[in-house]
Design a protein around this ligand. Structure first.
Ligand SMILES: [Zn+2]
Length: 373
C-alpha cells in the first residue's frame, strides 16, 4: 500500500463531524481489502473485523460468530483477545447558519476551526450538490484600523458562492456543511501538507497495520474502527467501544508537531517516529509493551507526556463500560485544524508497523493479566 496515495484519497472525501457519509463509504471499501468483515454501525462508525488465529471468539464461538462483533455484556471471556484500534474519520468544518440578502452565507464552526485561517480560502458547500465558494470578509480599505489587528469573528465572515440569492436559496439550506478545499500538497521528500490529516492519517495507519498483519501470526481478533464525531466530543468511540467490549483499546491520532515557538517537551518532532502517549489515561502495561515492541523491532519512537485525558478517542475508550485498558499512539502534525496540516509519511509507516507488531504479540494470557498495579 502506498500511504501517500491512500492519504491523498482519504482527505479528498468530505466528512464534517455528523455528516461523515462520504468518507465513511470510501473507508468501508478500503477496510474490506484487509478485513474479514466490515460494517457501518448506527452512529456511522466503520467497523472492520480481522479474525485472529486459533481459539474461539467468545460466547458466539468460532469464525462463524456474530458478525456484529457484539458479545454479551456478561463477563464470559473470549479465548481470543479482542483488540480495538480506533482512528477518527470526521474532520472539523463549517455549518451554514443563515442565508443572507444577496445570497451570502453565514457559517459557524463544527469542532475547533481556527477562524483566523479562513479569510481568502476556497470552500466547497455541500448543498443539494457540491457548490464551490470563497470565504469573504470586508476588505482592509473599509475596515476600522483597530479591527485590522483582530482576528475576524465568525459574524464578520461569509461564504460567497457567486450566485444570485434565489439560486443559493434553491441549492443550500441552513444546516448544510462546508469545507475548505485543499488537495494534498507535496512539500519535500516525505513531508506533505493538506487538510484533515487529523485524523485521516490515523485511518491510513490502521490500513497499514491491517496490511502488515496479513504477514504476521496474530491470535487476537482485531477491530479496526474509523470513529465518527471525535471532533465534537468523541461520541463514536464511546458507542463503538460499548458495542465491541474490547479487552484492549488503542487510539491512533494526530499530536502537535514541532514548530517555531513551541517549547521542547510540548511538541513531537516530524520524522522521528510515532509518539507513545504516557499519562493517566494510558494503561502502564500497554505503554511498556509498546516500548518493548518498538525497541525489539528497531522502530523509532518518541515518548509524549499526556497529562490530561481529553482530546482523543483514548479517553472515551478507556472509560467505556467498566473500563478498558487503553493506549495512545500518535503521529506529529503541524498546524492542526488548518487546511495545511503538515506531516512526515515515515511517521505513519512506522506507526503502522509498530501497531501491527504490538497487536500480533497480544495473547489471551497477557490481556487477562492486565492490571495497573
Ligand atoms: Zn484528532
Amino acid at each position: 500500500m502506498e500511504v501517500r496515495q491512500v492519504l491523498r484519497a482519504l482527505i479528498s472525501h468530505p466528512g464534517v463531524s455528523g455528516c461523515e457519509g462520504g468518507v465513511a463509504s470510501f473507508i468501508k471499501e478500503e477496510f474490506s481489502r484487509y478485513a474479514d468483515e466490515v460494517r457501518v454501525d448506527k452512529l456511522g462508525n466503520v467497523v472492520a473485523l480481522r479474525r485472529g488465529e486459533g481459539g474461539g471468539s467468545g460466547p458466539q464461538g468460532g469464525r462463524g460468530g456474530d458478525p456484529s462483533g457484539r458479545r454479551g455484556a456478561g463477563r464470559e471471556r473470549a479465548a481470543r483477545p479482542r483488540v480495538m484500534l480506533a482512528a477518527h474519520l470526521d474532520q472539523v468544518g463549517l455549518v451554514i447558519t443563515a442565508i443572507e440578502e444577496g445570497g451570502f452565507l453565514r457559517c459557524a464552526p463544527v469542532g475547533g476551526v481556527d477562524p483566523r485561517t479562513l479569510p481568502g480560502q476556497e470552500v466547497m458547500v455541500y448543498g443539494r450538490r457540491p457548490l464551490p465558494g470563497v470565504v469573504g470578509s470586508l476588505p482592509p480599505h473599509v475596515q476600522e484600523p483597530r479591527d485590522q489587528e483582530k482576528a475576524l469573528p465568525y459574524r464578520e465572515l461569509f461564504l460567497d458562492l457567486g450566485q444570485p440569492e434565489e439560486e443559493v436559496r434553491r441549492a443550500v439550506a441552513v444546516g448544510d456543511v462546508a469545507l475548505v478545499r485543499r488537495e494534498l500538497v507535496e512539500l519535500a521528500g516525505e513531508v506533505v501538507a493538506g487538510r484533515a490529516f487529523d485524523d485521516r492519517a490515523g485511518v491510513a495507519v490502521l490500513l497499514l497495520c491491517l496490511e502488515e498483519l496479513a504477514r504476521l501470526r496474530c491470535e487476537a481478533d482485531v477491530y479496526a474502527v474509523a470513529t465518527v464525531q471525535e471532533e465534537v466530543g468523541t461520541w463514536g468511540a464511546m458507542t463503538s467501544t460499548y458495542g465491541l467490549v474490547p479487552d484492549v483499546g488503542v487510539a491512533v491520532d494526530a499530536t502537535f508537531g514541532d514548530v517555531l515557538g513551541v517549547l521542547e517537551g510540548e511538541a513531537v518532532s516530524l520524522g522521528k517516529g510515532p509518539a507513545l502517549g504516557v499519562g493517566p489515561h494510558v494503561h502502564p502495561r500497554l505503554f511498556e509493551r509498546l516500548l518493548e515492541v518498538a525497541k525489539q523491532e528497531g522502530i523509532p519512537y518518541q515518548v509524549e507526556p499526556s497529562p490530561t485525558p481529553y482530546g482523543t478517542d483514548a479517553w472515551a475508550i478507556q472509560v467505556a463500560r467498566e473500563g478498558v485498558p487503553t493506549c495512545l499512539v500518535s503521529f506529529p502534525v503541524r498546524y492542526m485544524h488548518t487546511s495545511v496540516e503538515t506531516l512526515h509519511l515515515d511517521d505513519l509507516r512506522q506507526a503502522g508497523r509498530l501497531l501491527a507488531r504490538f497487536v500480533a504479540g497480544l495473547t489471551a494470557e497477557f490481556v487477562e493479566g492486565l492490571r495497573c498495579f
